[in-house]
Design a protein around this ligand. Sequence first.
Ligand code: 5GP
Length: 197
Amino acid sequence: MAANQRASFMNDSNLKVLIDSDRLQARVRELGRQITEDYAGRELHLVGVLKGACVFMSDLMRAIDLPLTLDFIGISSYGASTTSSGEVRITKDLDVSLAHKDVLVVEDIIDTGLTLNYMVNIFRSREVNSLAIAALLDKPERHEIEIEARYLGFTIPNHFVVGYGLDVGEVYRNLPFIAVPENPDHLTRRDFSSTGE
Ligand code: 5GP
């Protein structure tokens, strides 16, 4: 590599692409079309789960051809680790009431299902008109609680994945694809700011 050429963060050979950008975009458009049909004439309110759903949410809402409103909730179930502890914590509550709204919770991935189960139980007690889930990814092998996502992007095997909003140690959310890092713990400590070799 030339001395002034920066190592590519996105083309790192340690990242094995599982779902490329074209497949993601096509599937999100399909989900958007389905949601548009299902919610026609209703007041759709999207609730994105921070931070992992931010990329999916921003693409999905532009694929829904309806007037809609947005809110975000911050939930932390993993901390800095790559396995679920089962401990769920609200880091940012909703800004507006869910009462009488048709609420669609937008989540990045269903792993154990504990996070969504916790949230759905809270939301049900807030007098919603209806409540459904849109999840980009699902890892059924990992479920500890059965959670039904009415809108699901992809079912994936039991791998820890990054990209398209999903992080490891808060990094990698900006990858435009979903990838499996060969060594997630190693990834967090890598320095991509250096130039040359
Ligand atoms: P659950 O409560 O279903 O076990 O976990 C849900 C949350 O854990 C997700 O919203 C996501 O933030 C995180 N998570 C689960 N699996 C993965 C994964 O494979 N990669 C990443 N980066 N985060 C994950």
